[in-house]
Design a protein around this ligand. Structure first.
Ligand code: GLA
Length: 385
């Protein structure tokens, strides 16, 4: 439906589009803030997307974009400053500039884009925006870039905008596989596809509606800086260490006197979260959903107490959920400071249980939580009507 609308809109505004692209958001089963520490993550692309209708225009550097979702038309020049741009368009400009900086030649583009990924909810709408747009540019200008390179360009785009993120979101959006999770080793970027078979259970996302803009908030980058300080302290003892991935628990204990307690706790969280991702992928493959659920709860505890990236509303959603036996596990998902929780819920009792949780949440916070049932889907691709 959305795809048809944007294609029609594009035709009204410009001419028939040359290419249509869909780019999914992502969920993350487990592995939070481990990606930029060269650790493991287990995300999945979802059945919520940003859709693009794109075509070349006759200008060398002019970009003209319309978003029916925000009812906004934003035109810009490839040489404009990203700092002066607003909202979604700054991602497009930064992505195009990053592409050019890497030696890929592009010219002016017109586009219409729209989607159903909630923004600022931890479902990676910005990764979908960048990766989908870059994929569309690759198609339009016949650029020789792989999905892997698009992921790196998408990450560098976020860095240009101010978020020192890892590669999880871009990988999930580009390499997603229907009905599967992706186990990504962020050190060598090898992926393993793991069927997301949950039997009597389903995944539900609860959006706290506490919105975050990670790039504008220093909390995310501050956590990364903590990890880097611990790595620097470890490197003073062993020059082979490149990231927290190379730091063992024993080594971290040995460093405890050289680093501040806050950094120590954050690093300890990352080391444990890495172990949890590997245990979770094993549990998922063995169909041991009870263990998977417990690992999700432990991940949340770590984010709440050690990494300190949760907010009271999110903790409330987890506390309300975990008291129900039909919920095997749940945790905050994404960069933190708001957004969504991911919940493994027994199918038969899901509607009633979710109703109870959201009602209690509203009573206590005054906020209306939204619930999404998500399916794992395929990564970015060209589509037709
Ligand atoms: C954001 C970042 C990712 C990752 C997560 C936390 O989504 O973009 O790279 O660090 O937060 O796991």
């Amino acid at each position: 439906m959305l795809l048809q609308q944007i294609a029609q809109r594009y035709t009204q505004l410009f001419q028939p589009p040359t290419v249509l692209v869909q780019a999914p958001g992502r969920i993350n089963i487990i592995g939070e803030h481990t990606d930029y520490n060269d650790g493991w993550v287990m995300p999945a692309a979802i059945d919520k997307h940003i859709y693009f209708a794109l075509g070349k225009n006759d200008s060398p550097t002019r970009f003209e974009f319309y978003s029916p979702q925000f009812d906004q038309r934003i035109d810009f020049d490839l040489n404009d400053a990203v700092e002066n741009m607003s909202s979604w368009a700054k991602y497009l400009l930064a992505a195009a500039q990053e592409l050019q900086a890497r030696g890929h030649h592009i010219e002016g583009v017109s586009g219409v884009l729209s989607g159903d990924i909630p923004v600022g909810a931890g479902l990676s709408s910005s990764a979908a925006l960048c990766c989908g747009f870059l994929y569309g540019l690759k198609e339009l200008f016949d650029l020789a870039i792989s999905r892997k390179e698009i992921a790196h360009i998408g990450q560098a785009t976020e860095h240009r905008i101010g978020l020192n993120c890892g590669l999880m979101d871009q990988y999930a959006s580009l390499f997603g596989v229907k009905d599967s999770a992706i186990l990504l080793d962020c050190k060598n970027l090898e992926t393993q596809t793991i069927p997301l078979q949950l039997g009597e259970y389903e995944l539900y996302i609860i959006n706290s509606n506490v919105k975050h803009e990670l790039a504008a908030d220093s909390g995310y980058n501050e956590r990364r800086a903590s990890c880097e300080r611990v790595v620097a302290a470890a490197q003073a003892l062993d020059t082979n260490i490149q990231s927290l991935r190379d730091v063992s628990m024993d080594m971290l204990e040995g460093l405890a006197d050289d680093i501040v307690m806050r950094d120590y706790k954050r690093a300890r969280y990352v080391l444990h979260e890495n172990e949890r991702v590997l245990s979770a992928s094993k549990a998922l493959q063995e169909g041991d959903l009870e263990t998977l659920g417990k690992l999700l709860l432990a991940s949340h505890k770590g984010m709440r107490e050690e990494y300190q990236i949760t907010v009271p509303e999110i903790d409330l959603l987890v506390d309300l959920a975990r008291s129900n036996p039909e919920i095997l596990g749940c945790r905050m998902m994404g960069g933190g400071f708001g957004g969504c929780t991911i919940n493994i819920i027994e199918k038969a009792r899901a509607t009633r249980t979710l109703g109870k949780i959201t009602a209690a949440y509203q009573l206590e916070t005054g906020l209306k939580a939204e619930v999404y049932k998500v399916q794992a889907g395929d990564g970015v691709r060209v589509v037709s009507l």
